[in-house]
Unconditional design. Structure first.
Length: 213
């Protein structure tokens, strides 16, 4: 066998250095795994309450938006059909059912747009809620009366122009919403003007009402 050349010797020595080195301690140890899991549990303990509160706040905002949507839809139906159309607010089990009563028979019929307010979110009477002063102030010197429609059976009638005819259009109606399990989330108010326009207000518990839409 011919002797190796200097070049072959050099390549052999270089290959030795390039060989991967394996150690018997690959991966995580049991202690490292336990510490990692403990850190994740601590982070979750801080994050879960914030996520829960954010989701509950979203549910309250969503209920207010859906309630405003039903009122707007009923108004548009009155204009489209060129006749009187009612928006009914009725208790349903432990919650509330709000629907556009197109045929004005006081019963939710198939084909009529309906929305159920259930669970921890509910319609509330005015008692115990933040002072509605800011909402009243927004009405200016119109002489309109702020009338609470939530917390009991209620109905609002729209005419063919989309205006509210209930009480001869002399009232501004408000429907309050809140979370029965967590009052710290605050409250929402859906305000219906005689013209048929709908606005949404928000207030923290014990705070001041502010218009958001």
């Amino acid at each position: 066998m011919p002797p190796e050349t200097n070049e072959e010797i050099a390549l052999g020595q270089r290959a030795k250095f390039l060989r991967p080195r394996f150690t018997p301690h690959e991966g995580f140890s049991l202690v490292e795994m336990v510490v990692s899991v403990a850190v994740l549990l601590i982070l979750a303990a801080f994050a879960i309450p914030s996520l829960t509160r954010a989701f509950a706040s979203y549910q309250l905002n969503d209920a207010a938006a859906r309630l405003a949507g039903i009122l707007k839809f009923t108004r548009y139906e009155a204009i489209r059909l060129n006749k009187l159309v009612d928006c009914q607010i009725q208790p349903s089990g432990s919650g509330w059912l709000v629907y556009g009563d197109t045929n004005r028979n006081h019963v939710p019929d198939p084909g009529e747009k309906q929305d159920a307010i259930t669970g921890q979110i509910t319609l509330l009477p005015a008692s115990g809620l933040p002072d509605p002063g800011p909402i009243v102030a927004a009405l200016g010197s119109s002489g309109l009366v702020l009338t609470t429609l939530s917390g009991a059976n209620g109905v609002v009638t729209f005419d063919a122009r989309g205006a509210v005819t209930t009480a001869n259009g002399g009232n501004v109606y408000v429907l309050y919403l809140g979370n029965t399990a967590n009052a710290t989330l605050g409250y929402r108010a859906v305000v219906l003007l005689p013209s048929g326009m709908v606005h949404v207000w928000t207030a923290p518990a014990g705070g001041v009402w502010q218009q958001v839409s």
